[in-house]
Design a protein around this ligand. Structure first.
Ligand SMILES: Nc1ncnc2c1ncn2[C@@H]1O[C@H](COP(=O)(O)OP(=O)(O)OP(=O)(O)O)[C@@H](O)[C@H]1O
Ligand SMILES: [Mg+2]
Length: 147
């Protein structure tokens, strides 16, 4: 568990978490509207050294951010408008998930079919102000002993 005081700190946390992620990994971000999910992904993108900018896609469900450093691409998915199960084919990606780090906002309950292993990141807002609480939970053999 980590308490994050500002958006800048959330980006720093994202950059730190990028060090845990490698090609083929899936991270699922949960938390209410405005929690800071996209802000955390901005930090992940910095840490992974992929091409930005990371924005909240309004009409696009997924964006591929290629690496600028010869590493894995970042696939950023916003599943807010998706109903039912998320199918990899629905994403129509120009990237293979085995070769990318995939991060899904609003993916709880949707992504279980994408991978047996996943890093669950939940963000909670406090009553007021900028403070956020971030919790990590690794699911599957990939994450045993990592978080
Ligand atoms: N501690 C904090 N961590 C993250 N964001 C913060 C924090 N404090 C304030 N903010 C602000 O809150 C907003 C979070 O927006 P962001 O788009 O990252 O949320 P989100 O969870 O992706 O929302 P959505 O559900 O709409 O996708 C930003 O404007 C950010 O600057
Ligand atoms: Mg968002």
């Amino acid at each position: 568990m980590k308490v994050v005081a500002t958006a800048e700190e959330m980006r720093e946390l994202g950059a730190e978490l990028a060090g845990l992620l490698r090609a083929g990994d899936l991270a699922v971000l949960s938390g209410p509207l405005g929690a800071g999910k996209t802000t955390l992904v901005q930090g992940l993108a910095d840490g992974l050294k992929v091409r930005g900018p990371i924005t909240s896609p309004t009409f696009v469900i997924a964006r591929v951010h290629p690496s600028l450093a010869g590493g894995p691409a970042l696939v950023h998915v916003d599943a807010y408008r998706l109903g039912g199960d998320l199918e990899v084919d629905d994403l129509d990606l120009d990237a293979s998930l085995e070769e990318s780090v995939t991060v899904v906002e609003w993916g709880e309950g949707l992504v279980e079919g994408l991978a047996d292993d996943r890093l669950e990141i939940s963000i909670e807002r406090g009553e007021s102000g900028e403070e956020r609480t971030v919790r990590l939970r690794g699911v599957g053999a990939r994450w045993e002993g990592v978080v």
